[in-house]
Design a protein around this ligand. Structure first.
Ligand SMILES: [Ca+2]
Ligand SMILES: [Ca+2]
Ligand SMILES: [Ca+2]
Ligand SMILES: [Ca+2]
Length: 255
C-alpha cells in the first residue's frame, strides 16, 4: 500500500522569460511548468494540481497540464515585471506540495506617442486652451527672441522615448519662426510686422525616434501686438494749479 511520502518536485524551480508588451500573445501559451511525483502512478498520491499562489489577471494556469497562458495584454508602461508563484500539489492525504517561481520581464515596444505637456509661456502673456496655446508677442520682439517652449513626454524606453520637435508646414507663416528640435523652444526667425501678419496658427509636431516612429501634434496661436507710441499706459492725471502753467495739460475741445 503506497503512502504519500513524496511531494511533487518541479523540473525547474525558477524560470525566467521575456515577453514583448502588447496583445499579440493574448490567448497563447507562454510556457509550461512540470513537476513529478514519485508516489504510485495513477494514484491520488501522484496526481498533481498546478495553481498560482499569487494571481494576476494577465495570466492563467491550467490545473492539470501546468500550461501558463497570457490572458490579457501586457503594458510595460503599466507593469514591467511579474513574479508568478506556482504550486504543484498532489492528491494524497495529507497533501504535499512544492513551489516554483516564474519571473516574467515585459519588453518595451514603441506604443506610446509623445504627449504634449501643459503650456509654459516665456517673455509674454499666455493662456491655455484645450487644443491650442495662445502666446502674445509685441511686434518689436527681436529676431532670435523666445516666443514659447513646448514640452512633450514619451514613456517608452531608449530611442522609442526620444523626442524631436518640428514646425509642420501648413502655410501659416511658420517660416517666420524657428523651433529647436531638441529643446522645443520657439523663437522669432524674421522680424514680425503687425500690418503684414497679426496672428499665426502654428502646428507643432513631436515625434519619437522609435521604429516605426510615432508622433502627436499641438497648436500654438501667436498673436502679434501692435506697437503704438500713442498708447498711454498709466492713469493720466491732469495737474492744475501746481507749479507753473507748463505742468498743465491742455486738450482741444471737441464739437
Ligand atoms: Ca505524492
Ligand atoms: Ca505600453
Ligand atoms: Ca512601450
Ligand atoms: Ca514612443
Amino acid at each position: 500500500m503506497d503512502s504519500n511520502d513524496c511531494p511533487p518536485i518541479f523540473t525547474k524551480s525558477a524560470l525566467k522569460i521575456k515577453i514583448g508588451e502588447g496583445s499579440e500573445l493574448v490567448g497563447e501559451e507562454i510556457l509550461q511548468v512540470t513537476a513529478f511525483d514519485e508516489d504510485e502512478p495513477g494514484s491520488p498520491n501522484s496526481l498533481i494540481t498546478y495553481r498560482f499562489l499569487n494571481s494576476y489577471p494577465e495570466f492563467t494556469i491550467d490545473e492539470k497540464s501546468g500550461t501558463i497562458r497570457l490572458n490579457r495584454d501586457l503594458d510595460r508602461e503599466r507593469q514591467d515585471a511579474y513574479e508568478l508563484l506556482v504550486t504543484a500539489e498532489d492528491g494524497g492525504t495529507p497533501k504535499l506540495s512544492s513551489i516554483a517561481v516564474v519571473s516574467i520581464q515585459v519588453e518595451d515596444k514603441n506604443d506610446c506617442p509623445p504627449k504634449f505637456e501643459s503650456f509654459g509661456g516665456t517673455g509674454s502673456s499666455s493662456s491655455s486652451l484645450s487644443t491650442s496655446r495662445v502666446v502674445k508677442v509685441m511686434e518689436d520682439w527681436p529676431v532670435g527672441g523666445v516666443v514659447t517652449q513646448v514640452v512633450a513626454r514619451d514613456q517608452d524606453l531608449g530611442m522609442a522615448g526620444k523626442i524631436r520637435y518640428s514646425l509642420v508646414e501648413t502655410g501659416a507663416g511658420e517660416e517666420d519662426f524657428i523651433l529647436d528640435e531638441i529643446s522645443g523652444v520657439l523663437r522669432i526667425k524674421r522680424k514680425l510686422d503687425y500690418e503684414t501678419s497679426s496672428i499665426y496658427n502654428l502646428t507643432v509636431r513631436a515625434k519619437d525616434l522609435g521604429t516605426p516612429s510615432l508622433h502627436s501634434e499641438t497648436f500654438i496661436v501667436v498673436e502679434v501686438s501692435i506697437i503704438s507710441f500713442l498708447v498711454i499706459s498709466t492713469p493720466f492725471v491732469v495737474s492744475i494749479g501746481l507749479g507753473n502753467c507748463n505742468d498743465q495739460q491742455i486738450f482741444p475741445l471737441l464739437d
